[in-house]
Design a protein around this ligand. Structure first.
Ligand code: UD1
Ligand code: MG
Length: 486
């Protein structure tokens, strides 16, 4: 659709939203309304997009840069003088596409869909129309422009404020979406006039075109939500509810089980495999993908997270993490960005993991922080382990080998490494590497049972010396540590 383009009207003041950001950037199911509209364009293979910005233009510009790397044009509507005036601002842009068609869309109507857009264009081309207005039948037409027909043909659009008693009973409304022949649009735009309130309405184009004997057609979409707009917080909540239910219905059709739908918020791009169960009060957003046969219990919040098959999550908060198959996590666990949990891992209550890999079959059962760490397979963490990754200036990594045993309340002061089969005794603060198979103990001197060298570790029947012991109250620790390693 090279010669076709879209103009998205996003300049409106949106005062009723009472927000610092432009109305079109308010979220419906975690996605700004404008992005829903742009997605519908992209899904209709329309790549030439011009967004008319107005109030808080800098915020919108920033969004277009961050989200779309400035792929799309924006034009400024300095004074907000109506939908027709908004399209006039895009005239220089439209001149690049004189041979094609222009789609005009409201930036605050997120449920316009690509099927409607493409089918309307088909009809527009078949009928060789100068304009094809997209309309729909709605139960409650209050607030929308009504479609006035004579012998079935569109004669004009009457806005709510101008409706006669009779016209208010009409249920066919203007969705605010139009396909124009760009040439005809460019010819008509300069002919519009401001009304008594100084506004220039785009709907005037229809009347001007009819007067000039241009072909005017309508496409009636079956999507009765196509025109639904978010003008204030109340309507935004209604849009959220509609979108939320539609997403849940789609997952139900794909074999996902919902115990109930209360408090379940799943954003549109999330993917969930069959036989996975979603409990109440669960939020799943962004680019999250969940495999088959998982349990996502109440209280989970998953953002941009990849979950394998047969995974159980009890009250887990996870952002940008990856969890492989057959893992059980929770309750009350946080997985922070760049966390990778390998197969068959078990993670228990009050555990936080950040920027770390946890190897297969490792168990981190209680009250533990693992940050900036590479943990091998089959490791056991006792209760209350902390990888001390930050010294106030720099962050360092902790490396733990396969089959290691990290005793309760161990502090691992990074950078530090515990070797394969390494063992740290409960309550130890480990500041030096623990070689493979060695036991590390650190104890303060309580004046009795100093404990040096008494600790042996049996691995595979073989008795091992402790790696070192440390007594902060004496001056000859180094000697003793050396002794203990003999
Ligand atoms: C418009 C239509 C109405 C239709 C309805 C569908 C007109 C005159 N009326 O009314 O027939 O039923 O959409 O939702 O067109 N905008 C600008 N600049 C402006 C004014 C608006 O960019 O000067 C943008 C807004 O940000 C919004 C869109 O245009 O995204 C629609 O504007 P809005 O004021 O909401 O028009 P409606 O009253 O809904
Ligand atoms: Mg509106």
């Amino acid at each position: 659709m090279e010669n076709n383009c879209a103009v998205i009207l996003a300049g409106g003041s949106g005062r009723r939203m009472k927000s610092a950001i432009p109305k079109v950037l308010c979220n419906v199911l975690g996605k700004p309304m404008l992005d829903w509209v742009i997605t519908a364009c992209k899904d209709s293979e329309i790549d030439n997009i011009c967004v008319v910005k107005g109030r808080a233009a800098a915020v919108l510009e920033n969004h277009m840069e961050q989200k779309y790397q400035d792929k799309y044009q924006t034009v400024l509507q300095q004074d907000i003088l109506g939908t027709g005036h908004a399209v006039v601002q895009a005239i220089p842009y439209l001149k690049n596409f004189v041979d094609g068609n222009t789609l005009v869309l409201n930036g605050d109507a997120p449920f316009i869909d690509s099927n409607t857009i493409t089918e309307a264009l088909k009809l527009h081309n078949e009928q060789d129309n100068a304009v094809t207005l997209i309309t729909c039948e709605v139960e409650n037409p209050y607030g929308y422009g009504r479609i006035i027909r004579n012998n079935g043909l569109l004669t004009k659009i009457v806005e709510q404020a101008d409706c006669s008693a009779n016209e208010t009973t009409i249920h066919e409304i203007n969705t605010g979406a139009y396909w124009f022949k760009t040439k005809d649009l460019l010819e008509t735009l300069p002919k519009m006039n401001a009304n008594d309130q100084g506004k220039i309405h785009l709907t005037q184009c229809i009347e001007i075109m009819l007067k000039n004997k241009k072909k005017v057609g309508t496409f009636i979409t079956e999507n009765s939500n196509a025109a639904l707009g978010g003008g204030d917080r109340r309507s935004l909540l209604a849009l959220n509810d509609i979108a939320r239910n539609e997403v849940i219905l789609r997952h139900l059709e794909n074999g996902v089980e919902f115990v109930c739908s209360e408090g379940v918020v799943i954003t549109p791009d999330v993917k969930i495999g069959k036989d996975t169960v979603i409990e109440s009060n669960v939020t799943i957003t962004g680019d999250t993908k969940i495999g088959e046969n998982c349990l996502i219990s109440e209280g989970c919040r998953l953002v941009d997270t990849k979950i394998g098959n047969n995974v159980t999550l009890y009250s887990v908060f996870s952002t940008e993490a990856e969890v492989e198959d057959n893992v059980k996590i929770g309750p009350w666990v946080q997985l922070r960005p760049n966390t990778h949990i390998c197969k068959n891992v078990k993670i228990g209550d009050f555990v936080e993991i950040k920027n770390s890999t946890i190897g297969e079959k490792t168990a981190i059962a209680h009250l533990t922080y693992v940050g900036d760490s590479d943990v091998g397979s089959n490791v056991n963490f006792g209760c209350g382990v902390v990888t001390v990754n930050y010294n106030g200036i720099d962050k360092h990594r902790t490396v733990i080998g396969n089959n290691a045993f990290i005793g309760c309340n161990t502090n691992l002061i990074a950078p530090v490494k515990v070797g394969d089969y390494g063992y740290t005794a409960a309550g130890s603060t480990i500041t030096q590497d623990v070689p493979d198979g060695d036991l590390a103990i650190e104890r303060s001197n309580l004046g009795f049972n100093r404990g040096y060298g008494y600790h042996k570790l049996k691995i595979g029947g073989e008795e091992k010396q402790p790696a070192y012991t440390y007594d902060s109250a004496t001056n000859d620790d180094d000697e003793k540590r050396k002794d203990s390693k003999k």
